[in-house]
Design a protein around this ligand. Structure first.
Ligand SMILES: Cc1ncc(COP(=O)(O)O)c(C=O)c1O
Length: 398
């Protein structure tokens, strides 16, 4: 046994992390072990939709923890029944399977589509997904993803995924053959830099998949639970997919995800799907607290208004510093910097006590709590403005 020389060394080194250790969070703010405060516009990658440690979730978790942690996934429990019922009542879907991560929910969606193909489409198994898409880090979800950096990793991949181009319906149509069972996409490609599918493209996809008897799978792990101003993003386009996955925001900070399906698509049989912690009462209790808050019409209206404010403030920043456009919807937005300076800006913002994210070298992504305040937006914009002013001055000197 080797002894780790520092507590950091006992964790597998899977990504570059700043050395700060976070010990507390409240709303839009986080504190590290040196008591430094950070304004958080990452929120666990669009996870903490109600901000850090909101009382509604903390209370629900504490109450459920005292009552029942886990009976077994082979028994029913109250919070999972209530949350499944509430999701069905608030969506176009008929049944729910709970998972513990977005990747696991997507893995379930892929299995469900293949099951549908074996039952109803003569064994069809191919899924058309999209260049630039991101669906998780299991082998099948990496294979479904269209992330370039994944291509050389962990070969051989799971076969049966063909990649079309977002917002290009002909590129999808071209890939359909007798083996095709489904089309799978994120309505806004988050990890690749906030690239939205147009509402028109989503409607075309619905029509095309219906015409060919294919399932349409929406990965709403980043866009769902109010993030774009509707409870689910597909509502913007006025369509309903056959299968939808949720993650991140549904647990508001705890590991919960879900696979939802229409009656037609919900075809798992006993033994096809399951898992020790799936639908456990404690995470579902948190999910119920989140859904109760997020599904309120006034809450969603305020996400839209706050999103428009953030968008217009980012556009002003862009105009002041000669940057590119602002993309996205609601409170999932990106600023195109036109230069590969995003990681440097994220590092400077961190020093200044503001957490930002750079999904690409030239792109900043903003995914604050859905209840972020105007004052917190102003504080973030002020910090970003200052950093960009300094960066501009440095470029002029150079
Ligand atoms: C659209 C989308 N799908 C799937 C995932 C994977 O979710 P998880 O990291 O919970 O497995 C993510 C995570 O970033 C995501 O953004």
């Amino acid at each position: 046994m080797t002894t780790a020389t520092h507590p950091y060394d006992a964790l597998m080194d899977i990504t570059a992390r700043p050395k700060a250790v976070f010990v507390r969070g409240a709303g839009s703010y986080l504190w590290d072990d040196g008591r430094k405060r950070y304004l958080d516009f990452v929120q666990g990658w669009a996870v903490n939709c109600l901000g850090h440690s909101p009382p509604a979730i903390a209370d629900a978790l504490a109450a459920q923890a005292k009552r029942l942690l886990t009976p077994s996934p082979a028994f029913y429990n109250e919070p999972s029944l209530k949350l499944a019922q509430a999701l069905v009542e608030n969506s176009a879907f008929d049944q729910v399977f709970f998972a513990n991560s977005g990747a696991e929910a997507n893995e379930g969606a892929i299995k469900l589509a293949r099951k549908y193909g074996s039952l109803h489409k003569g064994g069809a198994f191919e899924i058309i997904s999209f260049e630039g898409g991101f669906h998780g880090r299991t082998l099948a979800t990496m294979s479904a993803s269209g992330k370039k950096a994944f291509e050389p990793l962990f070969e051989p991949k799971v076969s049966g995924f063909k990649k079309a181009k977002l917002n290009d319906i002909a590129s999808v149509e071209k890939l359909i053959n007798a083996n095709t069972v489904a089309v799978m996409l994120e309505p806004i490609q988050g990890e690749s830099g906030v690239w939205p599918a147009t509402d028109q493209f989503l409607r075309e996809l619905r029509a095309l998949t219906q015409a060919h008897g294919l399932l349409l799978i929406f990965d709403e792990i980043q866009t769902g639970m109010g993030r774009t101003g509707k409870l689910f993003h597909h509502e913007h386009a006025g369509i309903a997919p056959d299968i939808m996955t949720l993650g991140k925001g549904i647990g508001g900070g705890v590991p919960l995800a879900a696979l939802l399906a229409s009656e037609r698509a919900s075809c798992f049989e006993h033994g096809d799907q399951g898992g020790t912690f799936n639908g456990n009462p404690i995470m579902c209790a948190a999910g119920l607290a989140v859904l109760e808050e997020v599904s309120k019409p006034d809450f969603l209206k305020s996400v839209t208004e706050t999103g428009l404010l953030l968008e217009s403030e980012l556009q002003k920043v862009s105009a002041r510093h000669g940057l590119g456009g602002v993309r996205g919807r609601g409170l999932l937005l990106a600023l195109d910097l036109k230069l590969s300076i995003a990681p440097g800006i994220v590092a400077q913002a961190f020093e200044a006590g503001v957490l930002l994210n750079a999904p690409q070298l030239d792109t900043l992504r903003f995914m604050p709590a859905l209840n972020v305040t105007r004052a917190e937006i102003a504080e973030m914009i002020d910090c970003l403005d200052g950093i960009l002013t300094k960066a501009g001055a440095a470029r002029r000197v150079a």
